[in-house]
Design a protein around this ligand. Structure first.
Ligand SMILES: [Zn+2]
Ligand SMILES: [Zn+2]
Length: 401
């Protein structure tokens, strides 16, 4: 690794008090997806103060800034770094002094940390433009938790003018040892598809079932049969989850329901398994509905592909991670069924997605992500900055060499 790596590691560590201050401010003021007005405002002002060219309102509330190396050619390569900004509809129960001041909203996934890290990365990249052999597009993304922010930013042209050839991101993870970096080629997080299944039957009196088509009964058969997909259709050496998370049917004890609504999620890694599961859900719904004389509608309102690092992206981040945290702190894990719309960027600009451990060595892992008592060890913040800033330098160096 070059001397810039050591410089960045040192300056990231010096930035730690500022990173904590930024993170706690964002934590106290969480905002839901596409409503990150205050957050985006602070980010944009910071980027502007660094002298960067800033665009706001990209994908509704997203912010984009370019850091250009000194004297680089017009056709010099561009790398994209992504940081997500949104919070969750969770009532915070941490009792922290900087707990959420917005009732019912909480940064329960660590995106407050990601936003602070992104601001730190911007500062160090802007400070060392003379070492940047190309351009870095800093992307502060809204609405990751509802899997819509990345797509919205792409629709607004975030991948054009200039088009990045690679994209990188990280997620802090409260269940992994502090400052452990998980990096591996292939899918780390799963494709996540929400599905809605509406069953239409024929309502009637609870005492005259022979005149009706009971959607509660039909939907029950479907829920049970859907569990055969993973058990009997997916190859046992592959991985898939089919979950029906909500079931709504009927309005009173003596009325046979004419409509049932099921919503669920499908999680997979392999695209062929993913389409098999989607196909089987519809075949099962169609077959059961036909048997009972009911009708169904199947929709997939939101979906995102598996989040995977390319072999080259993983190799680069592995090298950078070893220089930031030491080889003994770089690890691989079994892929997780969590979804992440960074996949939308990675499918268009292959690169890397890594996890940075944020469990406390003193008190152990924090509550799970998305829980009301979630928290993370802030000592990972400067690691995140060093990791992402060094990745940008290293990727651009690799293109230039
Ligand atoms: Zn989350
Ligand atoms: Zn997250």
């Amino acid at each position: 690794m070059t001397t810039i790596t050591e410089t960045i590691n040192r300056e990231a560590a010096e930035l730690q008090p500022q990173l904590v201050a930024w993170r706690r401010d964002f934590h106290a003021h969480p905002e839901l997806g596409f409503q990150e007005i205050r957050t985006a405002g602070i980010v944009a002002e910071h980027l502007h103060d660094l002298g960067l060219e800033v665009s706001t309102g990209i994908g509704k509330t997203g912010v984009v800034a370019m850091v250009e190396g000194d004297g680089v050619d017009a056709d010099a390569p561009t790398v994209l770094l992504r940081f997500d900004m949104d919070a969750l509809p969770v009532w915070e129960e941490t009792g922290l002094p900087f707990a959420s001041q917005n009732p019912g909203l909480m940064h329960a996934c660590g995106h407050d940390g990601h936003t602070a890290i992104g601001m730190g990365v911007a500062r160090l990249l802007a400070r060392h433009r003379e070492n940047l052999r190309g351009r870095v597009k800093l992307v502060f993304q809204p609405a990751e938790e509802i899997s819509q922010g990345a797509a919205a930013m792409i629709a607004d042209g975030v991948l054009a003018n200039p088009t990045p050839a690679a994209a990188f991101a990280m997620h802090l993870w409260s269940r992994l040892p502090l400052n452990q970096v998980v990096v591996q080629p292939g899918p780390l997080w799963a494709a996540a598809d929400r599905f809605d299944l509406i069953i239409h039957g024929k309502g009637g009196h609870g005492a005259t079932p022979h005149d009706t088509i009971d959607t509660t009964l039909v939907a029950c058969q479907i829920v049970v049969a859907l569990q055969t997909i993973v058990a009997r259709n997916v190859n046992p050496s592959e991985t898939a989850v089919v979950t029906v998370g909500s079931f709504q049917s009927g309005s009173a004890s003596n009325i046979i329901s004419e409509r049932a609504v099921l919503t669920g999620t499908v999680r997979t890694f392999d695209p062929a398994v993913r389409s098999l599961v989607h196909q089987r859900i519809q075949e099962i719904a169609a077959g059961i509905c036909q048997a009972f004389g009911a009708r169904y509608e199947f929709t997939v309102p939101t979906s995102c592909p598996a989040t995977a690092s390319s072999p080259e992206g993983a190799a680069l981040m592995q090298q950078v991670a070893e220089a930031v945290v030491g080889p003994e702190q770089v690890a691989q894990i079994a892929p997780m069924m969590v979804g992440e719309d960074m996949a939308e960027f990675l499918n268009r600009a292959p690169g890397g997605f890594v996890l940075v451990g944020a469990a406390s060595p003193e008190t152990g892992p924090f509550s799970p992500h998305h829980s009301p008592t979630f928290d993370f060890d802030e000592r990972m913040l400067s690691t995140g900055v060093a990791l992402m800033a060094n990745t940008a330098f290293a990727w651009l160096d690799e293109q230039a060499d």
